[in-house]
Design a protein. Structure first.
Length: 335
């Protein structure tokens, strides 16, 4: 594909994908608010909405045989998400603070899936075992947030009553009154039809973006590391960043953290663990191993900085952003 065709195709595909992802996220959020979904479920729906470009781009790159680009998109996106969503939100809002029970519910599951995905990429864990272990973590989580606190409280027993009550409180959190501005008068069926169209546009846009990006990378001798981790990853993560910061500055920290860790879990679950059941992803380069290690460190540090009762303050948020910038600089220097 000639650059004269690839460049406009890339720009148009990127613009269409980001627009569709933004509208998808807004419509899902409106449905969540309309039906009074708890913040944990809103965070999951927001992650599903905003994650479309990242996962679609990674899977299309994988289908094209560009395994390095595919893994780079996922690892780069997850690293970018931590800095751009939690870090920028903390910097702008002054803090990201949420109940410890909510943090443990969202953060530990996200960290577990991240660790499993990393172990699969490094060849330390069989993909089938990772998929089964991931299902054992994700399925109860989905039952908890979809079933809600009433389901948990109905199933509790005396020895676990205290723990179950705390989980119920975490799941029962609802958006604050400031979120009612997102309510829409559009009929529910109208929103659902538009959501399906958004998904189709995200998939089509991601296909065009990856196809044109691979053509340009070959023409301009751009390495797969730079293309996947430092170009496609941040660009496809823009919907996540915008949605996350919007939640953060609105004081909806539970939904923000839920979206961030759910998004990262979806990336590695749908982009690494599931495909590895059917395909061989190949060995990682030394740089890719470093980037994966950096992601694991940033994930752990994010949880540690969110754990205090005051949450993550502005200085800690700035440090998280600095870690991502160092990640970019080292990756460029190494490549």
């Amino acid at each position: 594909m000639a650059p004269a065709l690839a460049v406009p195709l890339f720009v148009l595909s990127l613009a269409g994908t980001l627009f569709a992802a933004r509208m998808f996220a807004r419509r899902l959020d409106r449905l969540g608010l309309r039906f009074g979904f708890p913040e944990a479920l809103v965070g999951l729906l927001s992650a599903l909405a905003a994650d479309g470009p990242e996962i679609s781009s990674a899977l299309f790159a994988l289908a094209k045989g560009a395994h390095g680009v595919s893994i780079g998109v996922l690892v780069g996106s997850n690293t970018f998400n931590l800095a751009a969503m939690i870090g920028v939100s903390g910097l702008l809002a002054g803090s990201v603070s949420l109940a410890r029970d909510t943090l443990l519910l969202e953060g530990l599951i996200g960290a577990a899936i991240t660790a499993m995905g990393a172990a699969v990429l490094l060849g330390w864990l069989d993909p089938l075992i990772a998929a089964l272990a991931g299902a054992c973590v994700v399925v109860p989580y989905l039952l908890l947030i979809v079933g809600g606190s009433e389901l948990i409280l109905a199933k509790r027993t005396r020895p676990t009553a205290h723990l179950v009550s705390r989980l119920a409180d975490a799941l029962a959190q609802r958006p604050q009154s400031t979120a009612t501005r997102e309510l829409s008068s559009d009929p529910t069926h109208h929103l659902l039809v538009l959501i399906v169209l958004d998904v189709a546009l995200i998939i089509a846009g991601s296909a065009g973006m990856v196809q044109s990006a691979l053509a340009l990378a070959g023409r301009w001798h751009i390495s797969n590391v730079v293309l996947g981790v430092l170009i496609l990853a941040p660009l496809t993560s823009i919907p996540n960043a915008i949605t996350g910061v919007r939640l953060g500055i609105s004081g909806r920290s539970a939904a923000l953290v839920g979206e961030t860790f759910n998004s990262n879990s979806l990336n590695l679950g749908a982009g690494v663990i599931v495909p590895s059941l059917f395909l061989t992803l190949g060995a990682l380069s030394a740089l890719a191993k470093f980037q994966l290690s950096w992601l694991l460190v940033m994930t752990g540090l994010s949880l540690a900085m969110l754990l205090p009762r005051r949450g993550m303050r502005r200085a800690q948020a700035a440090f998280l952003i600095l870690l991502y910038l160092l990640f970019v600089v080292i990756s460029l220097a190494w490549s």
